[in-house]
Write a protein that binds this ligand. Structure first.
Ligand code: F6R
Length: 604
């Protein structure tokens, strides 16, 4: 988490830094700050809360200088206060940091014993003081950096600025991504290429352990052993229109509405006229086990996919939450594949899980949105989900695109394992091609959902129920609602209700039942009856036959298009997202930047 930017410019850089931080605010918004060097003097401004507070501060207390660094924070060590906000300064050094310095307590004790005192509770201030200490030992800032970096444990991206040095930034990467941008007589540093997009499209990604000495003339890059390293410069295309709200009130609303278009992009990428179009390395012949690992919403996509891989391809499939995966020491097969699903491609736990399996499975696959991300670069095969930039903290279009790509992968597994003949595959592909149209039909439910959301907004607790592949959808629906509306919500497998959670049911608890009229419908209806017998208020999301059969006694019903079974989890994601969105609007919460969260979770 946390966003980092640095600029060695030809004009005063404060406005550029603030603009870049706006594009990085998805990484955290607990506080923000910038530091510049002007006429040799290092100075900084910091403010708690959203970036707008820093912008306001800069109106009253502007900061001049053509060299500067900036930061937007997601608090880890110490509360969101000005003292804990970055940049941190120690004498002639300022630093911005993303990640965690795991040995900061030892370093802090050592520095305290050496007579230094601390102003903040952060791990980052330790780095600033350690750099000040190293500089005091003599040598150039680059020499001090080479001595300092091996002393830092953990995962981090850092960018330093030095008093008296108007043409120097030093940055380093270990575990957290960092991009260097090349301008004309200007240089930039950013947590990602999106932050730098309006300033330059020429990007060099630092590799694991790299650090760089940057002047306006260019970047000198060193590897973890301090040897000079050549890293390629690439031209990055970031479609600016995809990072604007395009007339929508929120990014989340825009991203929900984009789903028919981005799903069509994904289908164009993975389907040919007459079959599937997956990369050459994707052949499931001889694969004996699949392990799917991810966090949060991406994990729920894996959970749905487990049903597909097992039922379509008969392939044993384990799913894991990335933060648990390594610690339960799962047995892995050297004929097995491991799939890592991540919108950002930078989620620390998912990346750590990938590194854990690297030499233990036959192949690693990345299902990611950001194809330049660490997970994409470290996997054997990358399958882009084609969702376009997702800015809203609550994942929406990335989820349905992940599902779509995982479904094409499950179909490929079924084909390679002789479970689908040509005619059956053709039917499945024809079904898949219906998706964009079906998504449009689901989006048309928005006005009806807005009305329902007014009612949901009054609830303190909401339950979501689903059976089969709709069970993970119930989990995802509950996650979406709680993260942006702050209403307590839980998802359960319908049949599990009577094993405990039914104790929660009374007339004040809305129960959302996700139940297309499929082979499991009758059983889910029985579970619904159990809820209604206890005065629970059931909102049934089903298709026309389902509503006709079981809607009569429900509190409310939402009629979705009839859909082939396989596609139901993708389609039913839309009303779940719209319900969460409109409920949050009715409650007046901050939809795109809900409290305590960040878009990219780069700490374990
Ligand atoms: C919820 C949400 C998160 C992410 C999770 C993984 O709406 O967005 O649960 O799904 O943090 O992030 P990625 O997919 O970037 O690995």
């Amino acid at each position: 988490m946390c966003g980092i930017v640095g600029v060695l410019g030809n004009h005063h850089v404060a406005p550029l830094l603030v603009e870049a931080l706006k594009r990085l605010e998805y990484r955290g918004y607990d506080s923000a700050g910038i530091a510049t060097v002007n006429e040799g003097r290092l100075d900084r401004r910091r403010a708690v809360g959203k970036l707008v507070n820093l912008s306001d501060l800069l109106v009253h207390e502007p900061l001049a200088g053509k060299a500067g660094i900036g930061h937007t924070r997601w608090a880890t060590h110490g509360a969101a206060t000005v003292a804990n906000a970055h940049p941190h300064r120690a004498g002639n050094v300022a630093v911005v940091h993303n990640g965690i310095i795991e040995n900061f307590r030892e370093l802090r004790a050592e520095l305290t014993a050496a007579g230094y005192s601390f102003e903040s509770e952060t791990d980052t201030e330790t780095v600033a003081l350690l750099m000040r200490h190293e500089l005091a030992q003599g040598g150039t800032p680059a020499e001090a950096t080479a001595r300092l970096l091996p002393r830092l444990h953990g995962a981090f991206a850092l960018c330093f600025l030095f008093e008296g040095e108007e043409d120097l930034m030093i940055c380093a990467r270990k575990g957290s991504p960092l991009a260097i941008g090349h301008g004309d007589g200007e240089m930039f540093v950013g947590s990602d290429a999106i932050a730098l997009a309006p300033m330059t499209d020429r990007i060099t990604y630092l590799e694991e352990g790299d650090w760089a000495v940057i002047t306006r003339a260019g970047a000198e890059i060193f590897d973890a052993r301090n040897a000079r390293a050549n890293r390629a410069m690439a031209r990055i295309q970031v479609d600016a229109t995809r990072i604007e709200k395009a007339g929508y009130k929120h990014f989340m609303a825009k991203e929900i509405a984009e789903q028919p278009v981005v799903l069509a992009d994904a289908l164009r990428h993975y389907l040919r006229e007459d079959g599937l179009n997956l990369p050459a390395g994707v052949d499931f012949t001889g694969v004996d086990r699949l392990t799917l690992v991810a966090c949060g919403t991406a994990h729920y996509a894996c959970h749905v996919a487990k049903y597909w891989f097992e039922s379509l391809a008969g392939l044993p499939c384990d799913i894991d939450i990335a933060s648990e995966f390594r610690y339960r020491e799962p047995p892995l097969s050297d004929r097995g594949w491991a799939v890592f699903v991540s919108q950002s491609g930078e989620t620390a736990d998912t990346l750590a899980a990938l590194r854990h399996v690297q030499d233990k499975v036959a192949r690693t696959l990345a299902v990611v949105n950001v194809t330049t991300s660490s997970i994409a670069r470290e996997c054997d095969v990358t399958l882009p989900i084609m969702a376009g930039v997702e800015v809203g903290v609550a994942s929406t279009k990335a989820f349905t695109c992940q599902l779509t790509v995982l479904l094409t992968l499950a179909l490929k597994a079924a084909q390679d394992r002789g479970r689908l003949d040509a005619a059956q595959l053709a039917t499945r592909l024809a079904d898949l091609r219906l998706l964009p149209g079906l998504m449009n039909a689901a989006l048309a439910l928005a006005p009806e959902i807005e009305g329902l959301a007014e009612e949901l907004a009054k609830a303190q607790d909401v339950l979501f129920l689903g059976r089969g592949a709709m069970y993970p959808l119930a989990l995802e629906g509950a996650l979406k609602l709680k993260e942006i509306s702050y209403i307590h919500a839980e998802g359960y497998a319908s049949g599990e209700l009577k094993h405990g959670p039914i104790a929660l049911i009374d007339a004040s608890v809305p129960v959302l039942v996700l139940a297309p009229r499929d082979a499991l419908f009758e059983k889910t209806v029985s579970n619904m009856q159990e809820v209604m017998a206890r005065h629970g208020r059931v909102l049934l999301l089903s298709d026309q036959p389902g509503i006709a059969e079981a809607g009569a006694d429900c509190w409310r019903c939402l009629t979705l298009p009839r859909v082939p079974d396989l596609l139901a989890p993708i389609l039913y994601a839309v009303p779940a997202q719209l319900l969460a969105y409109h409920t949050a609007i009715a409650k007046g919460t901050d939809v795109d930047q809900p409290r305590n969260l960040a878009k990219s979770v780069t700490v374990e």
